[in-house]
Design a protein around this ligand. Sequence first.
Ligand SMILES: *[C@@H]1O[C@H](CO)[C@@H](O)[C@H](O)[C@H]1NC(C)=O
Ligand SMILES: *[C@@H]1O[C@H](CO)[C@@H](O)[C@H](O)[C@H]1NC(C)=O
Length: 303
Amino acid sequence: MAEVRVFLVSLLLLLLLFVSKILALKLGSRNLKPVVLEYHGVELSCIIEDGIVTSSPRIEWKKIRPGETSYVFFNNQVVGDLKNRADILSKPSLIIHNTSRTDTAIYRCEVADDIGNTLDEISIELIVQVKPVTPRCSVPNAVPVGKTAVLHCRENEGRPNSMYRWYRNSEPLPDNSKSNPKFVNSSFTLDPKTGTLVFSAMSKADTGHYYCIASNPAGSAKCDEQQLEVYDLNIAGIVCGALVVLLVLVLVILVICCAYRKGYFAKRKPSGKSYKTTEKPEGVNYLRTDNEGDFRHKSSFVI
Ligand SMILES: *[C@@H]1O[C@H](CO)[C@@H](O)[C@H](O)[C@H]1NC(C)=O
Ligand SMILES: *[C@@H]1O[C@H](CO)[C@@H](O)[C@H](O)[C@H]1NC(C)=O
């Protein structure tokens, strides 16, 4: 009796082992983190490494992005956004023929047995890189010595995000002017992630032609060169000029005052053609009418 029991248990264990052997299936990949340029092809490698594959394993691919999961391969066909752009080549690897930036995501390769039990799954993280486009650059035309200035450089297409480098007269500027003795006469800092170049105090040495290059692992793009001039704000000159103007004004006022006091204007007032004549004939009043712009004279005989 005991022997029979031992035999049955052994048989059961053997059966379990056999069944688990069938179900044991291991997936692998040649590349779990493929990186590809946009519009290029890529293989999402998913390989059955060992195990006995049941008669017809069920293969599914899912695309997982934060907040959304969608089918890519389901019911033996490519579905959704990748339809017409992807194929299953050597089961169960997926080939995307013409990638787009929106394909960046995690893709899960799942293999199930014919009754739907998942045997194994692996996740592949695809990154589609996009070249930067020409950045928009802003450079002030002219800045006085000693003033601050901010130069901007930015583009938003590059994936991963672009890094920025500014150039003056075709020479790359360091992130900090203090880091290189060549720029001892300048004082600036660059944030390579934002493309913003800040001069805390402009000096004559900062005059030049500026441009910026945005770059990422997929490529780079440059904006047009722009001229920046740093000019002297000559305080002494400005003060002198103001003083001279003031002096002239004071002189003019003095001359006018003196002349007025001496009655110079009173005597000189009756000038040839002026209607403001004091040589008023007796008995004639001069009246001005606005619409005529001339004088009408009216006689009034006073006895
Ligand atoms: C890839 O797709 C883009 C648009 O999505 C298209 O302009 C381009 O011609 C395609 N390239 C190939 C090789 O099919
Ligand atoms: C910095 O300015 C000083 C004084 O104007 C000049 O002698 C020197 O050559 C300048 N240095 C650089 C690196 O331009």
